[in-house]
Design a protein around this ligand. Structure first.
Ligand SMILES: Cc1cc2nc3c(=O)[nH]c(=O)nc-3n(C[C@H](O)[C@H](O)[C@H](O)COP(=O)(O)OP(=O)(O)OC[C@H]3O[C@@H](n4cnc5c(N)ncnc54)[C@H](O)[C@@H]3O)c2cc1C
Ligand SMILES: *[C@@H]1O[C@H](CO)[C@@H](O)[C@H](O)[C@H]1NC(C)=O
Ligand SMILES: *[C@@H]1O[C@H](CO)[C@@H](O)[C@H](O)[C@H]1NC(C)=O
Ligand SMILES: *[C@@H]1O[C@H](CO)[C@@H](O)[C@H](O)[C@H]1NC(C)=O
Ligand SMILES: *[C@@H]1O[C@H](CO)[C@@H](O)[C@H](O)[C@H]1NC(C)=O
Ligand SMILES: *[C@@H]1O[C@H](CO)[C@@H](O)[C@H](O)[C@H]1NC(C)=O
Ligand SMILES: *[C@@H]1O[C@H](CO)[C@@H](O)[C@H](O)[C@H]1NC(C)=O
Ligand SMILES: *[C@@H]1O[C@H](CO)[C@@H](O)[C@H](O)[C@H]1NC(C)=O
Length: 635
């Protein structure tokens, strides 16, 4: 047990409010970003070692943890001798101003052995489980429960790995942070006590990278500030910009942009956290074919480093971090507190929706000829600034449907959009594929987004996905296109669902695009997600077989027809082979070097994050890398 004599009153009283002086001409930080932890506050407690900053970046790492113990190979886990006592957690909570939350799984009301058991509340949980919002608003839940071992599902789930509601891969505690000093305290406490640290924003990551058993979680959800800066002049940009707290969701930014008659680059999902994993992973957008990726719009970021220090990353301040934080992945170099992004004048958006399917008149071959016809336009459409979001679903042996959800003409009126798209619809008609096109024109991105994108369901534990960034040549070169279409058709005929995007990452001279976004993004015109599903009562062995088929058969064919290309880390395969190459490409070596410099003890870890090859989670089922075990450095 840690000896405790923490004089929390002294600590709180001495917390200095520092004013940011690093960016004189740039907009100042949010008020809560000036609430920082001062060295003198730490020095004035008897338990300074619980909250001390780490060594300055680039100097040797501290090999000792609290009590002068050598840093162990594994993170300290609940039940271990050195796991903090309740009194330490209580004092930590007081130091945080009461922001510490002990984890109660979201579905605990469905389990009679939890004090939260409540049949009516359980019904509510069941009804809402598939809504992203339900998980976003919870401190620890995430949207892909397979990766926490399905330990506390709201439904009687025959394939549940454990029978009862346990914490599984959920964090043990989380901190609902509302200022920077709380993030610094959490980081310093986790480093000193050798507890696993995770960062949760919304929980949208396909691999549940915001989870981890026995961890302390920094929950960024309450950092909701949005500041519109109409005349930003800093960091080489002059014009409109937004400063966004890292808990802000996509739709909240779209609404703020609408209110100010400007446009921002964000994704298609309403609840994804814009300044968290979205920007960290690169961030694709209906705007990408016009002005580039989400991370391409970032002018500066404020971040609490693994040492606990709070810095600004921009072209002139920590430029190497500025490079790494824009594309190098979340939960790797620190906790981002806010970002500043470029905004654009408002644009008109035209959209097209339609469906086609196999039928007595449309054979499977004709159907696939229709899909292939679309791919021949990928280059033309995306070069003109358009973006497409579509689905291919297997609806029975030899039967498929294709749904365009929508084809999106950014910065185009209908009179500009229709002539661009019409040749494709003529091709479909020529193939004998009837479609009933629904055209719309909107005055802004927000209105087009609200009017067209369907709400999405999450929370399922009976499916998983992988993805590929196909280079444009896969569609422009007829022989390669044939091979690509064969590989796609094979996967769909075998039961896969394709969620596809036609996107080109446009060059944009107005912002700094020298960042760490996976270079494969800059070559692609077709980003394809491939999902597989299994019956709810499938055995662990059957799930594993299906899972392996996705990675080692369906996706192997996709990789084979696109050698050297990549995949998108935020919507990727949890078992992606050679993930360093697939998710980071040629940037990996530099990203790893920076990881070792800024986080020498491996405080930040996420599955397939930079540097994660040095670590493993114990007790995993083969092929199903859950986060339920203890995190250890590999031998
Ligand atoms: C339904 C759905 C639709 C999607 N649509 C799109 C889309 O249109 N475009 C697109 O590009 N992506 C899309 N995604 C993927 C999405 O961008 C990623 O899942 C992204 O990582 C989510 O980030 P988050 O912060 O909201 O979620 P989280 O899952 O909470 O976080 C993701 C990762 O980032 C880390 N992280 C979060 N906040 C911070 C922070 N402040 N500092 C440091 N690390 C942090 C977490 O630790 C975790 O590793 C979609 C995902 C889903 C489920
Ligand atoms: C940060 O917020 C907590 C909770 O409101 C508060 O107790 C604490 O004093 C704040 N920190 C500073 C430095 O103001
Ligand atoms: C932290 O303190 C707050 C306020 O006193 C309390 O509501 C909360 O339950 C405490 N958290 C823990 C983990 O004890
Ligand atoms: C699950 O909980 C029930 C009731 O609390 C208990 O009887 C049962 O043994 C538990 N099952 C397992 C696998 O722990
Ligand atoms: C919005 O911006 C456009 C140009 O980008 C301008 O024509 C229009 O008048 C603006 N509308 C409002 C309400 O400010
Ligand atoms: C199929 O084609 C026939 C002949 O062209 C036509 O009459 C019929 O309406 C078509 N059916 C469908 C479902 O499109
Ligand atoms: C939209 O088009 C206008 C000209 O038609 C151009 O000036 C503007 O830069 C474009 N905006 C975006 C975001 O591409
Ligand atoms: C690819 O070419 C082969 C051989 O010509 C042909 O059998 C196959 O149908 C083609 N695939 C597609 C998708 O056109």
């Amino acid at each position: 047990m840690v000896a405790v004599n923490l004089r929390t009153t002294a600590l709180t009283a001495a917390l200095a409010v520092l004013v940011d002086q690093t960016t004189a001409t740039c907009p100042s930080r949010f008020a809560w970003e000036n609430k920082v932890l001062a060295q003198q506050a730490i020095d004035s407690t008897d338990n300074a070692e619980l909250f001390s900053f780490g060594p300055v970046e680039g100097t040797p790492a501290n090999t000792k943890i609290i009590g002068g113990l050598p840093r162990p190979r594994c993170k300290t886990f609940p039940g271990d001798t050195h796991w903090p006592s309740n009194s330490v957690w209580n004092l930590f909570n007081q130091t945080l101003g009461g922001a510490l939350i002990k984890t109660v799984p979201l579905a605990a009301p469905c389990y009679s052995d939890w004090p939260q058991y409540d049949a009516a509340q359980c019904e509510y949980v069941k009804t809402n489980w598939n809504q992203p919002r339900f998980h976003v608003d919870d401190p620890t839940s995430a949207m892909f429960p397979l990766w926490q071992g399905k330990t506390c599902m709201p439904l009687d789930h025959p394939s549940q790995i454990y029978d009862n509601c346990t914490l599984g891969g959920y964090a043990s505690y989380s901190v609902a942070v509302t200022n920077v000093s709380q993030i610094q305290l959490a980081i310093n406490f986790a480093r000193a006590t050798n507890i696993r640290l995770v960062v949760k924003n919304t929980g949208h990551d396909f691999a549940d990278k915001s989870m981890g058993a026995g961890s302390l979680s920094v929950w960024t959800h309450k950092l909701k500030d949005i500041q519109y800066i109409p005349d930003y002049t800093c960091n080489g940009h002059s014009g409109p910009a937004f400063r966004l707290g890292s808990g802000v969701e996509t739709e909240e930014v779209y609404q703020a942009a609408e209110a100010n008659n400007v446009t921002v680059v964000g994704g298609e999902c309403r609840t994804v956290g814009m300044a968290g994993g979205y920007i960290a992973g690169g961030g694709h957008s209906p705007m990408s074919s016009l002005v580039g990726m989400g991370a391409d719009q970032v002018l500066s970021l404020d971040v609490v480093l693994p040492s606990g220090r709070f810095v600004t990353a921009s072209e002139t301040s920590y430029p190497e971090l500025y490079w790494a934080l824009r594309g190098g992945g979340g939960s790797t170099y620190g906790v981002v507190t806010s970002i500043t992004v470029k905004a654009y004048p408002q644009i008109p958006v035209s959209t097209l929706g339609f469906l086609f399917a196999t039928s007595p008149n449309v054979t499977a071959d004709t159907f696939w000829a229709g899909v292939e016809a679309y791919t021949t336009y990928f280059d033309t459409f995306s070069a003109a600034g358009a973006y497409g979001y579509w689905l291919i679903v297997n609806i029975g042996p030899g039967q498929f449907f294709f749904s365009m959800n929508p084809l999106w003409g950014g910065n185009m009126t209908l009179s500009q959009f229709q002539p661009l798209i019409q040749p494709f619809l003529d091709n479909l008609a020529g193939l004998g594929i009837p479609v009933d096109p629904v055209w719309n024109e909107y005055p802004s991105l927000y209105q087009a987004h609200s009017g067209t994108f369907p709400p999405e369901n999450v929370g399922g534990a009976d499916n998983r996905a992988a993805s590929r960034l196909f280079p444009r040549d896969n569609f422009n070169n007829p022989a390669k296109r044939n091979e690509t279409m064969d590989a796609v058709r094979y996967a769909v005929e075998s039961g896969g669902v394709v969620i596809g995007y036609n996107i080109r990452v446009a060059p944009n001279s107005a912002v700094n695009q020298a960042n760490s976004i996976n270079p494969a993004w800059r070559e692609t015109t077709g980003f394809f997600i491939l999902a597989t599903a299994w019956p709810a009562d499938a055995s662990a062995a059957a799930i594993q077989a299906q899972s392996n088929m996705l990675t080692n058969d369906w996706m192997a064919r996709w990789r084979q027809v696109s050698p050297g290309a990549g995949s998108y880390m935020s919507e990727g395969d949890i078992n992606e082979p050679d993930w360093q190459q697939s998710f980071y490409g040629s940037h990996y070596a530099r990203l790893l070097q920076l990881k070792k410099k800024y986080d020498p003890t491996g405080l930040f870890y996420a599955h397939t994050a930079v540097g994660s090859e040095d670590w493993e989670v114990e007790g995993q089922l083969p092929g199903l890398p859950t986060q339920n075990g203890r995190l250890c450095r590999k031998l």
